[in-house]
Every structure is written in C-alpha cells, then in structure tokens.
Ligand binder design. Structure first.
Ligand SMILES: Cc1ncc(COP(=O)(O)O)c(C=O)c1O
Length: 422
C-alpha cells in the first residue's frame, strides 16, 4: 500500500471511526480517462451505477463519465439527483416494474428491453404519450468464452432475449411501432482479467451485431458492449492491462465499422467495478481478541454485514482473502496468522482466514482493498442492527488530501437504529 494512502486511511480511522468505506476520487477519474485513452476514442464509457451508487460519487463522476447504466427506479432517482440528464441514462434490468418503465419512458431514458413483454409495455405507453420511444434490445448470446468471474450468457437466464429467439422478434418490429430500435446491448459476463478472453468475447458480440443487422437491414445508432473488465481480488492476480485489451479489441471494432450498417454506431463500454473497485477501501477495527484452539482470532466492528464481498459471499466459488493491511503498521513488522471475523452471530461472518498480518490488538484498524465496488450497498447492513458503515471521499492526492463525508443517511428512524446505534 502506498504511504499516502496509508496516511489518509489512518487519519480517517482515527478521526472518523470505523467501519467505513473510503474512495479515492482522483484514482477513479484517472481509471475512466485511462479506459477512454486506451481505446483511442472508439468507445464512450458508461458507468454501471449498481457498482457504487453513492450520489456524491456520481456527481463527481459526471464531468468525466458521460453516461450511466441504471437498473432500478431508485438508481434513476440517484442519477438525476447527481445531475445526469435522462438522455444520458440507459435502463437495464430483468424485472422492471410497469411504473419504472413509465417513469423512464416519460423522462426519455433509453430503456434496454430485456423481453418482448417490456417492449409491449413500452409500446403501449409510448402510444399513450403520443411520442415514439427509443429503446435498445438486450441480447443474451448463446456462448461466451471461459475466464469470466461470472457468466450470464451461454445458458438459460433472465437477462435479455436469447440469441436463438431474436430473429422472430426483429421480423415483427412493426408490432412495436411506437418504439424506435436504437441498437443493441449485451452483457455476457463480469470480472475477467484475461485480455484474450475479453477480445474473444467482443468477437462474439460483433458477430451477433453483424448477423442481426445484416439479416434485418438495421442501422443501429448505439451498441453497448458490457465489458466484463475485472480487477484483482487477491495478491496472486495481475491487474488487467488495458493496452493488451485494446490490442485485442480495436482491430475488431475497426473491421466492424467497415460494414456500412454498423459504421455510424456509437460503441459504448459499460462497466462498474473496473472504474471504482480498486479506488476503494473498507476500514474495520479490532474490537476483541481471542485465542481458540491454536487460532488467533480477531473480532472486528464490520464483517459480512458491512462487506459481503470480502467474506466471499457475492458469487465467489471459493472464499479467498482479499488484499488487506494493518493501516497503522510502520515499516516491515513481523507478521502472524489470523482469522478475522465480523460482529455477527454466524460462522460465515469471516473477513479473512489464515491471513498474515502484523500483530493485531484491540483498536487496530485494518484496510481491505478492491472495495470500491459492490461494497456497502451489496451488503446486508441491517442484519443484526450494527451501525451502518459511513462513506468518505478523498479529494486530491497525497497524505494531505481532503476528506469529504459522503455518507447517505436513511430515514430518521433508520438513522437512529442503524447509524447511531453504538
Ligand atoms: C447489465 C450490467 N451492466 C454492467 C454491470 C457491471 O459489471 P462490472 O461491475 O463487473 O463491470 C453489470 C453487473 O452485473 C450488469 O449486470
């Protein structure tokens, strides 16, 4: 861990307390710019709000990231609150409720249709409104490469229209005459660290776009490539090299643009964790110590309730220790093996097992890296009613960076029960 980051995390733990999440804004913005630059303008970047929906974070992202993908009415509210225009939003998600579809359509968001039922609903609403609505169709490909952390394509699933079912849908587009098909959306899988596999996935997506657009003489304005760019979650994994991904992907995009039907399509990379994940840390402190049957156990003030992913419960097949540091350790201290648990009354509340860390005592703070995405809002924070972690944004670089409290409070009642309940 870089000394500047350690200094700030130390300061936050000491002055503001734990458990909490800390996000480094400069690093997030730099990652977005790096993606943009690696592909030399071939893609616009869209941020998937589900990865980290904090409104203040979204507000600060807006000047750098032009589009958001939202997946609920709540995320729509957040995006608008953060200053995004409805036209800058795509709305994906497999179980959009009619009232969510209506609100998104009324506002002019780009709805990603995941089924013909959604197309029927939107078509009726657009007819009532007397204005056509631009939509995308999400395709569920019949295959995807291996090496993605989680795959959504190549099997039965709730996401999008199966590739095999799409021809008849496109043949009867007339049926939805109040909808204007603006393009396609695909999101096959997530968390891939292998550039060749990402390249292979793009080949599959591009072949789909070619095939369907040619067969139905469609000229899409927009093609959303769910990118699946991954981040390392343990010391053994290497960060994804954007230049290698660009080398695998750019020639394919250039070749795709030779097809006159696809030449003017705007290509979009939709991603969440790659932008925010590595720029976030979870801070928790040791509340109690115990030696049990030869194991050194440290009980912390935030565990699975505050960070489900670090406990291996967010879709991991095998539980592994995430990158973690004792934040107030100075120099190269000798380490020993610990079992780190959270405050819950369940054995699955394990933050780390057999992890090597410098000596840990009551009050010591531990930082868990790779925590900027799918952290707070992907965790069961109400379980056993411990205080909800706060959220801090660090502005500027260096140990002197400004710390902004961007915690979102719940209703006053919930605030009392979950935030202040020491
Ligand atoms: C439709 C869609 N877009 C984007 C994402 C973001 O994925 P990631 O954070 O892995 O980039 C997801 C994640 O599940 C998704 O379902």
């Amino acid at each position: 861990m870089h000394d500047d980051i350690r200094t700030i995390l130390n300061r936050i733990a000491a002055e503001h307390g734990t458990p909490c999440y800390v996000y480094f804004l400069d690093q997030i913005l730099r990652r977005a710019e790096d993606v943009e630059q690696a592909f030399e303008g071939r893609f616009a970047v869209s941020y998937a709000v589900k990865a980290n929906p904090n409104v203040e974070l979204l507000r600060r992202l807006r000047p750098t990231v032009p589009m958001l993908d939202i997946s609920s009415g709540g995320e729509l509210t957040r995006a608008l609150e953060a200053g995004y225009a409805p036209q800058e939003l795509s709305f994906s998600g497999p179980a959009k409720r009619p009232e969510e579809l209506r609100r998104a359509g009324d506002l002019g968001c780009e709805v990603v249709c995941e089924s013909t039922w959604e197309m029927d609903q939107l078509n009726r609403m657009a007819a009532e409104r007397g204005e056509p609505l631009a939509v995308l169709i999400r395709i569920n490909p019949s295959r995807m490469p291996r090496k993605f952390g989680v795959g959504m394509a190549g099997r039965a699933g709730q996401f999008g229209i199966d590739e095999e079912e799409l021809d008849p849908v496109l043949k009867q587009l007339e049926r939805w005459r109040h909808l204007r098909l603006r393009g396609f959306h695909v999101y096959s899988g997530t968390n891939c660290l292998v550039p060749e596999a990402i390249g292979e996935n793009f080949a599959i997506l591009i072949e789909l776009f070619h095939r369907f657009c040619t067969a139905h003489s469609l000229r899409p304005e927009k093609l959303i490539f769910g990118s699946g760019f991954g981040i390392p979650y343990d010391g053994a994994e290497k960060p994804l090299c954007l230049d290698e991904v660009a080398a695998a992907v750019c020639p394919q995009i250039d070749a795709m643009k030779n097809n006159p039907l696809l030449s003017s399509a705007q290509c979009v990379l939709e991603m969440g964790r790659f932008l925010v994940g590595p720029a976030g840390y979870f801070l928790t402190s040791v509340v109690n110590e115990k030696r049990s049957r030869g194991m050194e156990i440290r009980m912390c003030d935030g565990g699975m309730n505050a960070h489900l992913g670090a406990c291996g419960l967010m879709g991991s097949v095998i539980r592994r220790n995430w990158p973690m540091w004792k934040v107030n350790a100075v120099g190269n201290q000798p380490t020993r093996e610990y079992w780190l648990v959270g405050p819950l009354c369940t054995t699955i509340d394990t933050l780390a097992y057999q992890v090597q860390l410098p000596k840990l005592h009551r009050g010591d703070a531990i930082a868990i890296g790779s925590s900027g995405a799918y952290g707070l809002t992907a965790s069961p924070t109400r379980f056993i009613s411990h205080p909800e972690p706060r959220e801090y944004l660090v502005l500027g670089n260096g140990g002197g960076g400004e710390i902004v409290d961007i915690s979102e409070t719940r209703s006053p009642l919930m605030q009392e029960a979950f935030c202040d309940g020491a």
